[in-house]
Design a protein around this ligand. Structure first.
Ligand code: BEZ
Length: 251
């Protein structure tokens, strides 16, 4: 995850509270059973952990953000700061679950290897992340804005958005059997508009610029994507594309 990115639970709730709600179908795909030990990888402030706990699971959460983990612990959840590229668990979980977090982890093979290690034999890995083409209009505008300022916009990208074939290959090479993997568009309304979304998620780009340049840069990004992401009613949506998968550790 990019060092420039920070997470403020209050801002996150306001600008991106939809993330957990829209993750509920991933919980359905997981089909959690009462008593199962489940790891929530990239648990954030723990909203979906709470859901899993309410379903009778024993849930542990990990996240890179100390602020988000503090918010999860304040809800009485078992959550701890950990680097997802070096998970400290061995044969501890019936399932690993992840919603809207894996695309922040730029060494996917290290993450998948740690997930395989953390699972009991036969354990499930079920998740959803941004897939190929995710937020493409926003990415193009952010990259172009940095390029125009003489910087390498692509080098600032903090996200990994794989195709199903690529992610399937990584899972299979790590000893998983993939039982489902799908890529689908999910245009997503933004409750606080594009600027709220950018404030929460685009810090890796603004961090490359002096503070005085942030507002003009974000104005340009907004103007570039307005024709495709702003509706006639003035509401904004983001051009999300999801990669959703379920796999079982068989190797
Ligand atoms: C996503 O959930 O797809 C996402 C969220 C923030 C930045 C990039 C992608």
């Amino acid at each position: 995850m990019s060092n420039a990115q920070t997470w403020q639970p209050d801002d996150y709730r306001r600008n991106a509270g939809f993330v957990s709600t829209l993750g509920l179908p991933v919980v359905d795909l997981l089909a959690p059973q009462p008593g199962e030990a489940i790891l929530d990888l990239g648990c954030g402030e723990g909203t979906l952990m709470e859901r899993l706990r309410d379903l009778g699971c024993r849930v542990t959460g990990v996240d890179a953000s100390a602020e988000q983990i503090a918010a999860a612990c304040a809800r009485g959840l078992d959550a701890r700061v950990a680097d997802a590229h070096a998970l400290p668990f061995t044969a501890a979980f019936d399932a690993v679950f992840s919603n809207a977090a894996l695309h922040w982890m730029l060494n996917p093979d290290a993450v998948i290897a740690g997930v395989a290690r953390a699972l009991k034999p036969g354990g499930r890995f079920v998740g959803e992340m941004g897939g190929a083409g995710n937020v493409a209009a926003i990415v193009d505008a952010l990259v172009a804005g940095l390029d125009r300022r003489g910087l390498d916009g692509r080098a600032a990208l903090p996200w990994y958005f794989p195709t199903p074939a690529e992610y399937r290959g990584r899972l299979e090479r790590a000893g998983f059997t993939v039982t489902a993997i799908d890529l689908f568009p999910r245009p997503t309304p933004l409750p606080t508009g594009l600027r709220g979304w950018l404030a929460t998620f685009a810090q890796a780009f603004t961090a490359r610029l002096p503070a005085a340049e942030h507002a003009p840069f974000l104005d340009e990004v907004e103007a570039a994507v307005r024709p495709v992401l702003r509706g006639a009613d003035g509401g904004w949506h983001a051009d999300y594309v999801r990669l959703r998968f379920a796999a079982r550790r068989t190797g």
